[in-house]
Design a protein around this ligand. Structure first.
Ligand SMILES: [Zn+2]
Length: 486
């Protein structure tokens, strides 16, 4: 009798403790300020938060000053509240022609100049297979054009093609070549799609001097353009421009309270960039404000900074607002490859990113159920009267399309918090990457529930007495064991 009374008492105490956390967030949350920050980030003044546009500076200085005012601290090794990233913006040439034997190639049709300088003249061709180290060995490339396949055997995803292309450009440049031509024959990516996507100004990570090498894709599904069969090419590429762009991730941290657990970090992240200015819609609006994608997520992390700086949890909190997510997850990839704290001390990444919503009784967590701590997100949502559900549209591949994947690939459990949606349907497409994605058509009562549930989710993870882990058999379980050494 006595024992069960004691148990009952403990249950009541722990139950009210849990409720107390929710009530504390409720009490301290400043909804008015959050909405005004949301409105500013999605305003026309910021011109759609395109990393290549000058207005991006308004966005990152605003976010950095908010983190500073909140009381979050700069991470040692960062430039104040920034992690600087060298980007370059490479624009298509005014005109691009290539003639090999009797075949003509033209920019935007069956050829794309992806990077490097303008180049005119007749050059010898040298075949280098897949362009690996051994393919270049012993070959004379001085003043010549290296010809290769795109990608590598079994490495033909779009991101493989770009990263391997960068490596090959570097080798070709070092060998003294004037250009690299790759035969585009990747089965998974239709040429037309690649051509539509890449025949415009493209933001990439600056690779240093190898970025000067003229780098070309030609459509060649039958592998006919071979440097060991054909000997010479005539190139006429004019009006190619490249410029450097100063990229900035906004980063900060809050020290945890537990003497041991404070050496572990919970990374709270959101991308703050969007797609900028584009084709006008039916109303003539050409500014893509990105309220849902992802001003609402940016404000969620800023709110979390304010709360946790005053109410730190046991584990330390890392705060990161990524740039250039819309350009291929570039900002988060840069941090994952150049981390400001050791990656094996980051135990969880709660990312937040959004396309839109069609059900305000839900919070959709992309990847929910894949790691052991996810029940805490379900609890947090429930306490705010909404239900956390997992991704209803796995066919969209959303897990692997946002910044969280750069951390999952390193082994870090990394779900993405999203506004509630039951299908990636017309009600989502109505705003997703559209000029009409505004704050004035956003349910602001729902926004506040969403923001508060995000803070409580992060708090529960950061205070949990266990380390979140991937569930057995998950595709990221193995790399996670390598990262954390168990
Ligand atoms: Zn997004």
């Amino acid at each position: 009798m006595q024992k069960s009374l004691l148990t009952l008492g403990l249950l009541v105490i722990s139950g009210s403790l849990v409720l107390a956390q929710k009530q504390d967030i409720e009490k301290k949350f400043d909804g008015k300020t959050a909405i005004s920050e949301f409105t500013y980030l999605a305003s026309d003044e910021l011109m759609g938060r395109d990393p290549a546009r000058p207005e991006m500076k308004l966005a990152y200085t605003f976010i950095a000053s908010s983190l500073e005012k909140a009381g979050a601290k700069p991470i040692p090794g960062a430039d104040g509240f920034y992690q600087n990233i060298p980007f370059r913006l490479s624009s298509p040439p005014k005109s691009g022609k290539l003639t090999i034997g009797i075949t003509d190639y033209a920019q935007g049709k069956n050829m794309l100049v992806l990077d490097g300088k303008s180049l005119t003249g007749t050059f010898e061709l040298v075949e280098v297979g897949f362009g690996m180290e051994e393919d270049f060995a012993g070959k004379d490339l001085k003043g010549k054009i290296a010809v290769a396949n795109v990608g590598a055997p079994n490495r033909l995803t779009p991101s493989d093609l770009f990263s391997l292309g960068g490596e090959k450009s570097k080798r070709a440049k070092e060998a003294g070549a004037v250009a690299l031509i790759e035969r585009f024959n990747a089965p998974a990516v239709p040429w037309q799609l690649a051509s539509n996507f890449l025949n415009r100004a493209t933001l990439t990570l600056d690779q240093g001097s190898s970025s000067d090498l003229t780098y070309i894709w030609v459509e060649d599904l039958k592998n006919q353009l071979r440097g060991d069969v054909l000997t010479k090419a005539n190139l006429e590429i004019t009006g190619k421009t490249n410029r450097s762009v100063d990229g900035k991730n906004v980063v900060a941290w809050i020290e945890g309270t537990d003497p041991n657990l404070k050496n572990e970090y919970v990374l709270l992240s959101a991308h703050y960039d969007h797609v900028g200015v584009g084709t006008p819609d039916a109303q003539g609006d050409s500014i893509y404000n990105g309220a849902r994608d992802n001003a609402v997520g940016t404000v969620a992390v800023m709110n979390a900074a304010k709360y946790f700086a005053q109410n730190p949890p046991k584990r330390s909190i890392l705060l990161a607002l990524w740039t250039a997510e819309e350009k291929g997850l570039l900002g988060s990839a840069y941090f994952a490859n150049n981390p400001l704290v050791p990656l094996d001390q980051i135990v969880y990444n709660l990312n937040i990113d959004n396309a839109g919503y069609n059900d305000t009784s839900l919070i959709t967590v992309i990847g929910l159920g894949r790691t052991s701590g996810d029940f805490l997100l379900e609890e947090a949502a429930a306490e705010f009267g909404v239900k956390a559900v997992s991704d209803p549209s796995p066919e969209q591949g959303l897990y692997d399309r946002s910044d969280n994947v750069n951390f999952a690939r390193k082994g870090i459990p990394a779900p993405t918090f999203s506004l509630g949606f039951t299908a990636f349907d017309d009600s989502i497409q109505k705003y997703y990457h559209k000029a009409g994605d505004h704050v004035d058509n956003f349910d602001l009562d729902y926004a506040q529930i969403y923001w508060k549930a995000f803070i409580l989710s992060a708090q529960k993870i950061a205070n949990w007495d266990q380390r979140p882990a991937w569930k057995a058999g998950d595709k990221y379980e193995e790399v996670s064991k390598q990262l954390y050494g168990k």
